[in-house]
Design a protein around this ligand. Structure first.
Ligand SMILES: NC(=O)C1=CN([C@@H]2O[C@H](COP(=O)(O)OP(=O)(O)OC[C@H]3O[C@@H](n4cnc5c(N)ncnc54)[C@H](OP(=O)(O)O)[C@@H]3O)[C@@H](O)[C@H]2O)C=CC1
Ligand SMILES: O=C(O)[C@@H]1CCC=N1
Length: 266
């Protein structure tokens, strides 16, 4: 199917649904006039309309899903059942693809709410989707290769997309969707350390951000392991190794790994 003719309906225009609508409208694959968004909040819909007037907005979930090729469910997990009851009798499972971004709502639940004949995707983005730098982890159910390629290509426009078996989705969610919060906590901690050493907070934050950007670019440019890059910093008998050893003595790596595992849904 030519992506330029694809109609997409997004139910829920909050953090995620709003960012997906805005991101797709900026991208090349879906035309803004083919994007429809619904929400109970008129203010959320007004914000989307102000961003891209060609996007259709509505407070009726049923109105936007009619004739849509792809229906994205971007509401809180406990609302997926309510939405399914509202729209189920309008769906054409032979033609329409359902994409749920609800964390923790698995295919067993989704097939119970919709149909075992439905073509379903679960997509787990992170909040950087708002700046088109998401990690979006994707699993499929009843989908052909062409449909998988389509959904991956849409989310690849909004950052990086990984197609994985559903059994791995929760681990990826911990690493990327929760992980972005852990990255922010590192930035906050490092900034506070800078302030304690006498640097203004806004300057310390800028320094930390640029330091992280440099670390990422080095890893990508050299395709290297983090420890290889660390070895280039740690002068024997120097100060960096003292700092690293103090951090490890205070449980740095252990805290990160335990935090990731604590957020890994089983
Ligand atoms: N935030 C994150 O980092 C991640 C979130 N997710 C998943 O994404 C989903 C959406 O999360 P997020 O965007 O943060 O949530 P939000 O609450 O920001 O967005 C959901 C939107 O849906 C609206 N809404 C509520 N009821 C209805 C309804 N009956 N019909 C249509 N719209 C409705 C809400 O309005 P109102 O606020 O007025 O109720 C809100 O604007 C969740 O299922 C979450 O698990 C997945 C990965 C990461
Ligand atoms: O914290 C949560 O439960 C959701 C899912 C991943 C990110 N936010």
């Amino acid at each position: 199917m030519e992506t330029t003719s694809i109609q997409i309906a997004i139910v829920g225009a909050g953090n995620m649904g709003g960012a997906i609508a805005r991101g797709l409208s900026k991208g090349q694959l879906i035309q803004s006039k083919n994007i429809r968004v619904s929400d109970v909040s008129q203010a959320n819909l007004d914000a989307i309309k102000a961003f891209a007037p060609e996007i259709t907005v509505s407070t009726s979930n049923r109105d936007i899903i009619r004739n849509a090729d792809i229906i994205v469910l971007a509401v809180k997990p406990w609302l997926v059942e309510i939405i399914s009851e509202e729209i189920e009798n309008l769906l054409d499972y032979k033609k329409q693809i359902i994409v749920s971004i609800a964390a923790g709502v698995d295919f067993a639940q989704l097939t119970g709410l919709f149909s075992t004949d439905a073509t379903l995707f679960r997509v787990i983005p992170n909040t950087a989707i708002d700046v088109m730098q998401s990690v979006s982890t994707i699993s499929s159910f009843n989908a052909g290769k062409e449909q998988e390629d389509l959904i991956v290509s849409l989310f690849a426009e909004l950052g990086k997309a990984f197609l994985v078996p559903e059994s791995q989705l929760n681990a990826f969610m911990s690493l990327s969707s929760c992980g972005i919060a852990y990255a922010f906590r590192y930035i906050r901690a490092a900034t506070e350390g800078g302030v304690e050493m006498g640097i203004y907070p806004h300057v310390a934050k800028e320094v930390v951000i640029q330091t992280l950007r440099g670390a990422i670019e080095l890893l990508e440019a050299n395709n290297s392991h983090p420890e290889v890059e660390i070895d280039k910093v740690t002068t024997p008998g120097g100060i960096t190794i003292k700092g690293l050893n103090e951090m490890e003595a205070n449980g740095f790596s252990n805290a990160v790994i335990k935090g990731l595992k604590a957020s890994h849904l089983k």
